[in-house]
Design a protein around this ligand. Structure first.
Ligand code: URA
Length: 205
């Protein structure tokens, strides 16, 4: 299975704030940030560490520094997860991937991409809502074209269809999520879900 769903009381609390239709943009943004802390801790559990010697005031001991990490925010909802990553991951480099659905073909269409070098990095793709899987799959292809070989996706909510699509397209990409929800509705929204993540983050409802 390519999916880990975190199970933590604080994450459940934040998920509840996000799901609640009465939550306004300020509390929604705070909850998204707090939830992302938990996702980042899980997703970075196995990133490479450099070991070296340091001196405490008392004696020499081992010190550690995390290796290269790149975060790629899928626009625009991925921006709601970015602050937490910037706070937690030292010297993280950041890419942006803009994708929209082509109205005629329904295929993902790029409108913006800017990637840092990522050949040797642990790459975290920030895509909060894994619905059909189209945009996350496209973003993972994009980071692989840029040289990424170690890719983890951070999602707030996943759907069964999205996880299946990702397993088909990118079986090597691990997904860390806060909830795996029941299904997609006929408009491709995740249910029970939390609505449109971008609209709720930025107040564009
Ligand atoms: N994107 C969202 O923001 N919400 C969904 O439920 C599905 C895709």
């Amino acid at each position: 299975m390519n999916l880990t769903v975190i199970d933590h009381p604080l994450a459940r609390h934040s998920m509840t704030v996000l799901r609640d239709a009465s939550t306004g943009p300020r509390d929604f943004r705070n909850a998204a940030k707090r939830l992302t802390y938990a996702l980042v801790m899980e997703a970075t559990k196995r990133i490479p560490l450099e070991k070296f010697e340091i001196e405490t005031p008392l004696e020499k001991t081992a010190g550690y520094a995390v290796g290269d990490v790149v975060a790629v925010a899928v626009l625009r909802a991925g921006l709601g997860m970015l602050d937490a990553v910037l706070e937690l991951v030292p010297d993280v480099k950041v890419g942006f991937a803009g994708v929209q659905r082509d109205e005629e073909t329904a295929l993902p269409q790029e409108y913006y991409a800017k990637m840092p070098p990522m050949e040797k990095a642990s790459v975290l793709v920030l895509e909060p809502m894994l619905a059909t899987g189209g945009s996350l799959s496209w973003a993972c292809s994009k980071v692989k074209e840029s040289g990424a070989t170690d890719v983890t996706a951070l999602c707030v909510v996943t759907s069964p269809d999205g996880v299946t699509q990702m397993y088909k397209d990118h079986p090597d990409v691990h997904i860390v999520a806060a909830s795996h929800d029941r299904e997609l509705n006929d408009k491709f929204y995740i249910v029970p879900g939390l609505g449109d993540m971008g609209d709720r983050l930025f107040g564009t409802l």
